[in-house]
Design a protein around this ligand. Structure first.
Ligand code: PRP
Ligand code: ZN
Length: 299
């Protein structure tokens, strides 16, 4: 396939999404080698290359069709979307789906010694952030006016430096806030990893590879929680057993040799199976319960 026929995926070079994103692509069957500069990983078994870049650059790399796909924080994507919309520029990247990892929140946080009594506390305050558009949208919704001090890094030290009264920044484990004696008081946006795609029309061959990759991703994400469960159960409690199996479709019921009142039940559960469920199944008369991870699934 020609060079420009290869799919390019933008992934954060180093940060909260890097490892999980590369792992996701790996589980989609992509085998890649890293170039010498380590910024491009060339796909060896599929016409798909990975570009390792700064996360803030990902929406525009997809928007400008330098990359066809990007994996980026929902927060970064939405901030850029609002910014483009505010300046009446075409957005031209599309959210394909969220990926259920890299969960974090964009939060308002105040110095530990300060009180916070709801959004009206923000009136007239100065808030440091690198997400001015998301913050502006939030303030508008809460009908308060506050000054937004745009900073590109080290937001958490702004109050200490007297550059702001409070901050609006990303919180994941909460360690950064705690280390800076700040406490989160409100959530502006819930975020997680998101897959964005170009709005441009792709040549047929490229499009079909992209569709294939996206289908595999659906499969990978679906099996992450899915379990294959096997158990023996009294025929009489089949209805209850079925009710207890989380997110399962019609289970397979198999007769047990020389045993009329008990059967084997096999089912795929589309949700995680917790110890509580196993205990409930046992309570309903199940025995020999086995829960196995699902490796691959193609709907
Ligand atoms: C965010 C935020 C904090 C940190 C919070 O930065 O600005 O520095 O993460 O995480 P914690 O609650 O686990 O301490 P990020 O690493 O996303 O960097 P970036 O926004 O510059 O890409
Ligand atoms: Zn960043």
């Amino acid at each position: 396939m020609e060079k420009d026929q290869r799919i390019k995926i933008a992934v954060q070079k180093s940060g909260r999404l890097t490892e999980n994103s590369l792992e996701l692509l790996h589980r989609c069957g992509l085998v890649y080698s890293r170039g010498r500069d380590e910024l491009i990983c060339y796909g060896e078994n599929m016409p798909i290359d990975i570009l390792l870049v700064r996360d803030d650059d990902i929406p525009d790399l997809v928007r400008d069709d330098i990359c066809d796909v990007g994996i980026v924080g929902y927060n970064v994507m939405h901030e850029r979307r609002l910014e483009l919309e505010a300046s009446e520029m075409p957005v031209s990247f599309e959210l394909h789906r969220t990926l259920d990892y890299g969960h974090c929140k964009l939060c308002l946080a105040v110095p530990e010694s300060e009180d916070y009594a709801g959004p009206q506390t923000l009136q007239g305050k100065r808030i440091a952030t690198s997400y001015p558009n998301l913050l502006r949208e939030y303030l508008g919704k809460e009908r308060v006016s506050a000054e937004i001090a745009v900073m590109s890094g080290a937001i958490e030290i702004a109050p200490k430096l007297g550059k702001a009264d409070l901050i609006c920044d990303l919180v994941s484990s909460g360690r950064t806030l705690a280390a800076n004696h700040l406490r989160p008081v409100a959530t502006v946006l819930q975020s997680q990893a998101a897959l964005i795609t170009t709005g441009a029309r792709l040549p047929a061959a490229k499009r079909s590879w992209l569709e294939r990759l996206l289908r595999r991703m659906e499969g990978v994400l679906q099996v992450r929680e899915s379990k294959y469960i096997m158990l023996h159960a009294p025929r009489a409690s089949l209805a209850e057993i079925r009710r207890l199996l989380p997110g399962s479709e019609t289970p397979t019921v198999i007769p047990l040799e020389g045993c009329d009142d008990r059967v084997a039940v096999h089912a795929v559960c589309r949700e995680n199976v917790f110890w509580e469920t196993l205990e409930d199944l046992k309570g309903a008369g199940a025995s020999s319960v086995l829960v196995l991870p699902v490796e691959k699934m193609l709907a």
